[in-house]
Ligand binder design. Sequence first.
Ligand code: NDP
Length: 490
Amino acid sequence: MTALTFDSLNPATGDVVGSHPKQDAQAVDQAVERATQAARWWDGLGHAERRRRLLDYKAVLTQNLRELAGLVHEETGKPVGDATLEIVLAITHIDWAARNAGKVLGRRRVSTGMIGLNLAATLEYLPLGVVGVIGPWNYPVFTPMGSIAYALAAGNAVVFKPSELTPGVGVRLAELFAEAVPEQPVLQTVTGLGETGALLAKDPRVKKIAFTGSTATAKRVMAACAENLTPIVAECGGKDAFIVDADADVRAAADACLWGAMSNAGQTCVGVERVYVVDAVYESFMRELSERVATVKAGEHYGPITMPGQLDIIQRHIDDATKSGKVVTGGPDSVRAPYVDPVIVEDVPEDSPAVCEETFGPTITVRRTRDTQEALELANASAYGLAGTVFSGNARRAMELARLMRTGMTAINSVISFAGVPSLPFGGVGDSGFGRIHGADGLREFARPKAISRQRFAMPGMNLTSFNRGPAELERLIRLVTFLHGRRKR
Ligand code: NDP
């Protein structure tokens, strides 16, 4: 007989943190049914009341910050400080989504143009109903909350399936929500393994799936969603590049690069994985990087690898990179499960797994480039396109490089800073997925535009949508359209 529950483990110690039900088809069905009812009620509250409730949820989360950070620490192994930081970021996103949903999604009049002079037009963004959120384990609060907060603020009910590695955090997020909104189960968590997420994806009452995880699983989820034409937003990780320009502040660049690559043991979808440094500052950058990395310790500055299976991928990438490249720090022995010490390797061929595939570990490859143009070309040669970084002393060139980077987000002279700006949309291109969470785009992602045109008066002599239309009306139309659109600019 298959087990009805599963345990979440502390990846540092192997201790059981909690036991949770593997929710089956019946349980998921019931959760979605409850969510369908709750969605109607939540929609009926309107923007102002939802804003009040979500700000209350934010306050409850803030009051429970220490306890929640402790749970994140236990289930992921990350230091309590890092867990605190991700919860604080999530709180700022709930705040932004709550305060801006009415403004971004609420009803407004839009211009009708000359031909629609007799019309009034309104646009608003209505909730979808029930949204399914399938979350990852690396940032078990911040990452799913990027979908949950925006979906709730847009007026949807949410059924959340946390990763099987961090179910306790997922359960707690819904319990705390119920303190702020006790009347209806507007946010529910269903626990289980991959199958529980699959059940959610194929339920026709779920009107959108927000997925974060690997590209391979995103394809499976999309295939399940295709059955019902359920749209999805997919955030599938990346292979983010870090470019250092000739006039960059090399010390600041090395410091940021190291943190961007090694914090959270490199288990960050927008973490630094590939570094391209222009020739002129290559030596000085590497000196700074080598000095700094010597002080960074696994188990002290960052935690263990949360998902045991990931250790094999990290080991394979390190083995391959150290065979073909030049080791700066660490090597194959840096993997000492469940920890991985920092690894830096130079001159790894661009077609090797360590450069092409997502490693999701505290490792980077570094390459010297002729100039920023070559750095940009190499950065853009990835199948992924989530985010990236540019360090440069020249604001105009930095902006130009950032715009040309084939990614959803780029940080200049800082790492990952875009994630802390709630008004900026977050998401990727290519194998990194599609759709956006955060910001106004993130709110609209969980809503459907509703367009309404109302005729205010009949246009004399211009009844075009009638079988009674005559040649004179058509002639008038041609004269009007020629006047409006018939002149060439040159
Ligand atoms: P997966 O893509 O396997 O899982 C992500 C989420 O999807 C989890 O909640 C998982 O549940 C769920 N899931 C798994 N199978 C299905 C399915 N058939 N239908 C619906 N949901 C499903 O990622 P992993 O957690 O195994 O991590 C593997 C790789 O994904 C990493 O190496 C990394 O490259 C990438 N990743 C990227 C992240 C990012 O932030 N972009 C975050 C995490 C991982 P369960 O955990 O219960 O299996």
